[in-house]
Write a protein that binds this ligand. Sequence first.
Ligand SMILES: Nc1ncnc2c1ncn2[C@@H]1O[C@H](COP(=O)(O)OP(=O)(O)OP(=O)(O)O)[C@@H](O)[C@H]1O
Length: 250
Amino acid sequence: MAELILDHVTVNVPVATEVKTLLQNVTLTVKNGDFVTVLGHNGAGKSTLFNAITGDLPVSGGTVTLAGKKLNGQRPEQRARHIARVFQDPKMGTAPRMTVAENLLLASHRGQRLSLRSRGLNAQKDRLKELAAKTGNGLAEALDKPTEQLSGGQRQALSLLMATMREPDLLLLDEHTAALDPHTSQSIMMLTNEIVSNQDLTCLMITHQVEDALRYGTRLIVLDAGQVVADFDRKRKAALTRDDVLAFFS
Ligand SMILES: Nc1ncnc2c1ncn2[C@@H]1O[C@H](COP(=O)(O)OP(=O)(O)OP(=O)(O)O)[C@@H](O)[C@H]1O
């Protein structure tokens, strides 16, 4: 966990002969251990905010600082050592031909250059099984299965474990339950909450589920047209109703 500071961050991109502003002067401090839920219309700039943090989109102005280090100028691969992201598509987070155990083992050695064999897959099986059992969705019994044979929910649970097993400075959840059925989505949300709380992670979670944005997290922000238009701390968030939030979408 670490503090994230965005200071007057602007993202402009060329579109045909014009310049389009995707993020406009965003200033935001996310404190150590804050779990921020992020709401906003389609196209409001939520994923762009994440892309500016991860370096997938260069910022045109302003600075992004994580754990006291300025990230501007760092490549996405460098930033990925400290920032973990889980996407909407369950296929994005795991290597499909590799087994659950192999994926977990690779994630546990993120950033190190060792072959799978030297990482001692068999010696680690018990530890990996224990970790996979946390998900409560059959992942522990599927350790030797290639991840392409898993259900979407199992794959998202695995992506979440992989993203957090080396305790990132920052966890970015980009609508990570949107492709799941309501029951599975809730079980992944509960797992998310448990991991974020237990590890006291600094986390931003984009969601279109107003109930989830209200129920989970310690702070709620709303984006509109590339700007943060509302920011509710823990106390104000606790008093928010669904209608209060829906008013931002009218
Ligand atoms: N690389 C890019 N080049 C040009 N336009 C882009 C680029 N990335 C995003 N956009 C545009 O910027 C706007 C914001 O996109 P973004 O994906 O951040 O929205 P979002 O809030 O995440 O939306 P959604 O809820 O639909 O996922 C959209 O109009 C999108 O088309």
